[in-house]
Each structure stands twice: as C-alpha cells, then as structure tokens.
Design a protein around this ligand. Sequence first.
Ligand code: ZN
Length: 147
Amino acid sequence: MNDDLTDLYQEVILEHAKSPRNFKVLPDANRVAHGTNPLCGDNYIVYLVMDGDVVRDASFQGSGCAISKASASLLTSTIKGKTRAEVEALFGKVHDMVTTGHADESLGKLAAFAGVHKFPARVKCAILSWHAAKAAVAGDVAPVSTE
Ligand code: ZN
C-alpha cells in the first residue's frame, strides 16, 4: 500500500470494519434512522435508545464498505451517554475533519478518519452514519441520503 492508502485504511478503521461494535438491532430502540449512500452502496440503519435528551444505547445494522462500517461502529461506541447537543457538536467536528483533514484533539479514535479528506468520494462513506445519528437524536424519521 502507498502512503495515501495507509492513511485511508488506518489500523483502527480496518479493525472496526472487521469486527464492528454494536452491530445488532436494539429491540427497545425509540429512535431509528435509515441512511444510504447510493454512490458507494452503503446502507445502514442506526438504532438509538434515548432517555429524554441522552443517548442510553446505540447500535447499527446494514452493509457497505469498510470505511462506512468502521465509521458506524465508532459512532455507536462514541455517542452512548451523550446528549443530543453533544452528538450534534460531534457531528460538526467529524464533518470538519473528513472534509478538511483537521482533527480536533477531543475526537480521540475518530481521528482515524482524518485521512478520508484526501479521497472526496469516500467522505460520504465516513459521514453517512453520522447523518443518520443526527437525524435520529433530533427525532427526524425521514430516510437520510448522502445524495
Ligand atoms: Zn462506502
């Protein structure tokens, strides 16, 4: 692999794509959002258990490329315990990172996706589950598409 591809498929991304966390249906979910990225064929459903304004549990199901799957895995691990406002703020930081390459130090493991900005076609893969999660915490049930 050349340097750029090494950047794109960092170890943390490969590992989460291979063994995604929270990859299941949450039977007691009270927020569900469907996200699709037709360009790549990524197709996911994000499940949340919200208690008032707080995400108590999060999971996802679906299929897609390694980037989108790893992103959904890290997303569902990261947002548990966060408030709607915190999830929305995090969405903004992740969106900035995958479009500019600038990773805020508070992003932790999510910084693995900073290299995606060099591959504009893959930005939608990385941000897809975040769009779905943002819609879910807001209670917006309309399907989310990156198109
Ligand atoms: Zn993809």
